[in-house]
Design a protein around this ligand. Structure first.
Ligand code: SAJ
Length: 434
């Protein structure tokens, strides 16, 4: 891989990060082979279609597949650059222990086709030390190749860690424009990876060591989790003190150095509620604040269930609509969603009294089966439901004018209708600030 010769790239793991990354690299005219364990995923992509939802991804994938720049396979292929973007879930031990086995099996596959001059980049969110662990594994499998950072000699291959930091719903835009931290096992590895990312990233790429880059990714999401926990704790305090939390946050944020985030029904998604545990696991004694942040955000979900149950039980027979199932606004991702958890708990308890409004869903998830709850459209809920529980701040909910919901009791967990909580409090004799 010299001069401006386009490197042959292999992206391992074609999920929410791997597929958009593969497509963007292919758009930069580098031939990409995407590897996935699933035949369904591979066949779908080779037809020029996609198996996940993400803004503008369908057109991009169709284009690069048609131009022959992206092909998918279940078999690893030789390449100049390997990008690993496989999941790093928890082990099933109930202790939130990170499971890096998918990373290690991807590294084992890469080791089988690795040659002198290649570069391996890990993108999966990983506990600190994983990139070096991967290097050690490959070193054991390929004693013929000199690995970076093990001897003073010039290594045969480069290994780096470079986390993604993209927001679901804006992945293509953020993959291109966000800054990147590129952590090499050695500075030479970082420079090699930097030259690769510069082909398709317009944001600033900053080089560092692998462990710092691993920790940076975890810290970014733990920072957000702790800050959302602060907002969620405030909302529970405000409930207790009979204050409007939205009003308090709005006023406090007028201070030039205060920026309180928004309370909600809890923290969902696959990153913010997960990554802090990777830090806690690595330094349990040293991370009481991060641990507590997690606990506060999880507890908020149960608080919302309890408040909603109270409102529904105090108004017997009144039809209820839960607005939203997604884990956050304006996306169709219902995995790890506090809204979905709250709505399903209410459906199980109150059955056919409960309707669900989710413009991004074609049908209700499996746990609603046999509860009697129905998926309805927004207009139907506004016309028929006397209790509205806002769980997601979708734009389509935000623009409902107050006249269309003025006769309903509203529990707005997202603060999208600032006028509603006061009215509901008066109508129900309750104070529902959070
Ligand atoms: N949330 C609140 N209040 C807020 C902000 C968010 O309750 O003020 C909730 C959301 O409703 C959602 C959860 O937090 O349930 C997470 O949403 P998010 O939009 O904050 O983040 P994610 O999970 O979609 O993506 C995060 C991003 N990380 C940061 O903003 C630090 C993204 O940049 C990362 O790439 C992504 O995690 C990841 O892959 O790690």
């Amino acid at each position: 891989m010299r001069g401006d010769t386009k490197p042959q790239v292999c992206v391992i793991g074609l999920g929410y990060i791997g597929l958009p990354t593969a497509a963007i690299i292919a758009r930069a005219n580098c031939p990409v082979t995407g590897i996935d364990v699933s035949d369904h995923v591979v066949e779908t992509i080779n037809r020029g279609e996609i198996h996940i939802e993400e803004v503008d991804l369908d057109g991009l994938v169709r284009g690069v597949v048609q131009r022959g720049l992206l092909k998918a396979s279940t078999q690893i292929a030789p390449a100049d650059v390997f990008v690993i973007a496989v999941p790093t879930p928890f082990e099933h031990d109930g202790k939130h222990t990170p499971d890096v086995s998918y990373v290690m099996s991807a590294a084992t596959e890469v080791a089988g086709v690795l040659k002198k001059g290649d570069c391996i980049i890990l993108e999966s969110t990983s506990p600190v030390g994983t990139t070096e662990q991967m290097r050690d594994l490959i070193a054991g499998l390929r004693p013929d190749l000199k690995m970076p950072g093990q001897t003073g000699e010039i290594p045969d291959v480069s290994i780096a860690y470079c986390p993604e930091r993209v927001l679901p719903g804006k992945i293509l835009e953020e993959l291109t424009h966000n800054d990147r931290s590129i952590g090499g096992i050695t500075p030479r590895c970082a420079r090699k990876a930097l030259a690769f990312y510069k082909r398709f990233v317009r944001g600033t790429c900053v080089t560092t060591d692998a462990k710092s880059a691993e920790m940076t990714k975890l810290v970014e999401n733990a920072y957000r989790d702790v800050n959302i926990a602060f907002a969620n704790e405030l909302s529970i305090i405000a409930d207790h003190m009979k204050l409007d939390v939205w009003e308090v946050i709005k006023l406090a944020n007028r201070h030039p150095r205060v920026n309180i985030l928004q309370p909600g029904p809890g923290v969902g998604g696959h990153c913010i509620a997960v990554d802090p545990y990777f830090i806690i696991h690595g330094a349990p004694e040293q991370s009481p604040l991060i641990r507590t942040g997690r606990e506060v955000n999880d507890a908020k979900m149960h608080h919302v269930v309890a408040r909603a149950e109270q409102l529904i039980a105090e108004n017997p027979g009144v039809p209820v609509a839960c607005l939203g199932l997604a884990f956050k606004a304006n996306i169709d991702d219902f995995r790890e969603s506090p809204a979905r958890y709250v709505a399903s708990r209410l459906a199980r308890k109150f059955g056919s009294r409960v309707s669900i409004v989710e413009p991004y869903a074609g049908e209700l998830p499996a746990e609603f089966k046999d509860t009697g709850a129905q998926l309805v459209d927004l207009d139907h809920s506004l016309e028929n439901c006397g209790i509205l529980i806002v769980l997601v701040d979708h734009d389509v909910f935000k623009v409902v004018p107050s006249e269309e919901r003025s006769s309903a009791l509203v529990y707005d967990t997202r603060g999208i209708w600032p006028d509603a909580s006061m009215e509901t409090a008066e109508k129900a004799g309750l104070r529902l600030a959070s």
